[in-house]
Design a protein. Structure first.
Length: 171
């Protein structure tokens, strides 16, 4: 299996993968399309897992911001992550997430946020974000599913505020 940056030629296959992974819903696939067309899209943070010339997994990391009073701080949000149903439970999602976190670090970002399963994401080091002074008002979610990953250790003390997802998440 190869983890690589998504190519334009992968778009249709990634759409179908997300459609199947999210139980025949187009919401996540359409979100990906909107993010790709936005200024928050970072091409090298759209990752695919390829096996036998077929895409079996996809993870998208894109820009968002934390607002702290008058200050805006660029951060990354992870959404969505998908693996073909026939390939789930094989660690593909984990490999995509780990590669994405590595790339986010290399690009100089300090934080990655997500809304996700409270028992899955902590194994990568994601922690409840509100505990560190971050707020999320755009979505009504519990503390346990709103999480942050500190790319540079010790930075959770340097920033607090409201995470704001880009408008592309709400169209």
């Amino acid at each position: 299996m190869e983890i690589r940056t998504e190519r334009i030629s992968d778009y249709d296959e990634v759409f179908q993968l997300n459609y199947l992974a999210f139980k025949n819903r187009e919401d996540e696939s359409r979100l990906i399309e909107r993010i790709r067309l936005s200024k928050q899209f970072i091409p090298e943070l759209s990752l695919v897992a390829e096996e036998n010339n077929h895409i079996v997994g996809h993870a998208l990391f894109s820009k968002a911001e934390v607002i702290d009073g008058e200050k805006n701080h660029d951060v990354i949000v992870l959404a969505p992550v998908a693996v073909l149903p026939s390939n789930q439970k094989k660690g593909i999602g984990s490999i995509l997430i780990q590669e994405g976190l590595k790339r986010c670090t290399e690009l100089g970002y300090d934080f990655v946020f997500l809304i996700g399963h409270p028992t899955y994401y902590p194994k990568f080091g994601f922690k409840p974000a509100r505990k560190y002074g971050f707020e999320l008002k755009q979505f009504n979610v519990s503390d346990e599913v709103f999480m942050v990953y500190e790319l540079t250790q010790g930075n959770t003390n340097s920033l607090q505020g409201e995470l704001r997802y880009p408008e592309t998440f709400f169209v």
